[in-house]
Ligand binder design. Structure first.
Ligand code: ZN
Length: 538
């Protein structure tokens, strides 16, 4: 009997997946991997070949699932990837306790329709929608891929299907990063040639009201630079003897926030400009000493720029901010000197990369001592989380080099997503054309091709476009690299697989109004996916 081939059974599977409250890092995230593994055991192929279905532990005790369905001696293999973690539900307000019960939450939304945001009301008039955390991002995609695996089990495809579903995509993508060497190993062990990696992340809107259905051939890249501002402490009664880190961070933020110089344009696709994700001083309690250390963190997206190019651009922007800080200080000090006999002395604000700061600290205190200090921090302050832990490590080095201050230090935090795109891959481009024609002719659905999926995805780790040497500027400027964060560079270089993303239709990922349109997702797309896979196996 078929398990997941109708809209109703897919909806049921979706609700079972959503009921596992698999918020990134929570225990149900582990449980859901086991549930998916358990469900797939029912497929005939895995009953006959149980060794082809596996739960793999990650280094931090979570799990990811692989299921390989081989078709005779065929080598061509399509990888289907998905993530089963979701973001938290703090945004649900009074609906929080229903966030993981899609049937009940949907009923509640329909009951209170007049109180819903206008876009939700409009959507509900024209389609069949279901609500719940993860319905769109991306448990519907998992349900569809499980359905494709069931088809493979009954011999639908000429080649092989490798199903992979991972945790932690919404945080650091540890699941996918650790799955990369496993994929490389499986290719050797089972003699597989990966023709493509197909993700089914949902369609994201590019602007409010965007109704396009996108078909992606890549995924946008992301860096998370931090700017550590080391000023100079002083008492509020004598402010011109010091430099306030909150003011320094404010100038850096002013320079970077929404700065269109960082927007890349590729074939009419534009990366959103940088925006701030966190800004704070590191003063722990109130006192009349000015905050002299602070940090500001930015989301920076990219498509074709190298890490080095982005680093250079960031350094240039921060140097501009540094000159402005110096100028502002001198201007204010000069004004103050009119009121009181005092000769203003200009400040020089140094701008360094983390690598330069580290080198300076090693010169002053020796390699062994610096390593000891860094190991100590990373062993004893894990609870801070990756971002604050990185800041702490920079703070320690900056304090050792305090005579070089005031200074601003650029450093990188996890997560990192390399941009990937198969836009120059003729096989993928031809496939996209065929899928577009098919969806138009068969369903009267006009798919729109887009090079880069804008929502960040695990495809980033499947088709590393550049050599591993180009990652060097990231590694040497990331305090946590080699501590709690590493990339399997050798495996990443070996796993160069063309990428595509064709997923369901939803709205408002990461908002409480997250919703999935059922007719397109579980009828139209469900019919189009086998065609797409067959094309990728051709
Ligand atoms: Zn997602």
């Amino acid at each position: 009997m078929e398990k997941w081939q109708t809209k109703e059974t897919l909806m049921y599977l979706l609700s079972r997946l959503v009921e596992h409250q698999s918020i990134t890092g929570s225990y149900p995230e582990v449980a859901l991997a086991e549930y998916i593994h358990l469900q797939l055991q029912d497929l005939d192929y895995f009953k006959d070949n149980p060794q082809m279905l596996a739960l793999h532990p990650t280094s931090d005790g979570r799990s990811f699932v692989t299921g390989l369905i081989k078709n005779g001696t065929a080598k061509k293999t399509v990888i289907l990837i998905s993530h089963f973690d979701v973001v938290d539900v703090e945004d649900y307000g009074q609906f929080k306790n229903l966030a993981f019960s899609p049937y009940d939450l949907t009923e509640e939304v329909y009951k209170n329709l007049d109180k819903m945001p206008l876009e939700v009301q409009n959507d509900l008039e024209t389609g069949e929608w279901v609500f719940g955390r993860g319905v769109m991002d991306m448990k519907a995609g998992i349900a569809l891929q499980m359905s494709m695996l069931e088809k493979a089990s009954s011999g639908e495809f000429e080649g092989n299907i490798l199903f992979l579903t991972v945790p932690d995509e919404e945080a650091n993508s540890l699941g996918m990063i650790e799955a990369v060497p496993v994929l490389v190993e499986m290719a050797k062990q089972h003699n597989l040639t990966y023709t493509a990696c197909l993700n089914s992340e949902p369609v994201f809107t590019n602007y409010p009201g965007d109704q396009n259905l996108y078909l992606y051939s890549g995924s946008i890249g992301k860096l998370l630079p931090g700017f550590f501002c080391y000023g100079q402490e002083t008492h509020v009664g004598e402010p011109f003897s010091g430099l306030n880190a909150n003011y320094m961070a404010a100038e850096v933020t002013k320079e970077l926030e929404l700065n269109a110089d960082f927007c890349e344009v590729v074939d009419g696709e534009v990366t959103p400009p940088p925006t701030n994700l966190m800004q704070k001083d590191l003063k722990e309690g109130y006192s009349v000493q000015i905050p002299h250390v602070g940090v500001t963190l930015f989301n920076v997206l990219g498509m074709e720029s190298s890490i080095q190019q982005i680093t250079d651009k960031l350094m240039k922007a921060v140097k501009t901010a540094a000159r402005r800080i110096e100028h502002h200080y001198l201007e204010k000090a000069t004004a103050f000197s009119m009121l009181q006999s005092y000769v203003p002395e200009p400040f020089k604000v140094n701008v360094l990369t983390y690598e330069q700061l580290h080198q300076r600290a090693v010169t002053l205190f020796g390699e062994a001592e610096i390593k000891r200090r860094q190991d100590y921090i990373s062993a004893n302050f894990k609870d801070l989380g990756d971002r604050d832990l990185s800041t702490r490590m920079v703070f320690d080095l900056a304090a050792l080099c305090k005579d070089d201050g005031p200074m601003i230090i650029l450093f990188y935090n996890p997560p990192f997503y390399p941009a990937v795109s198969s836009r120059h891959d003729p096989f993928i481009q031809e496939t996209i054309q065929r899928v577009m024609n098919y969806s138009d002719e068969k369903h009267n659905v006009k798919l729109k091709p887009q090079h880069y999926f804008p929502g960040l995805s695990d495809l980033s780790f499947v088709g590393l476009e550049r050599t591993k040497e180009t990652i060097q500027p990231l590694m040497s400027n990331m305090p946590l690299y080699g501590q709690s964060y590493t990339l399997p560079l050798e495996a990443l270089e070996q796993l160069k697989v063309p990428v595509m993303n064709l997923g369901p239709m939803g709205r408002d990922a990461h908002k409480w109004t997250e919703r999935l349109e059922l007719t397109y997702s579980f009828e139209t797309l469900h019919e189009m996916l086998p065609y797409t896979i067959k094309q990728l196996l051709r």
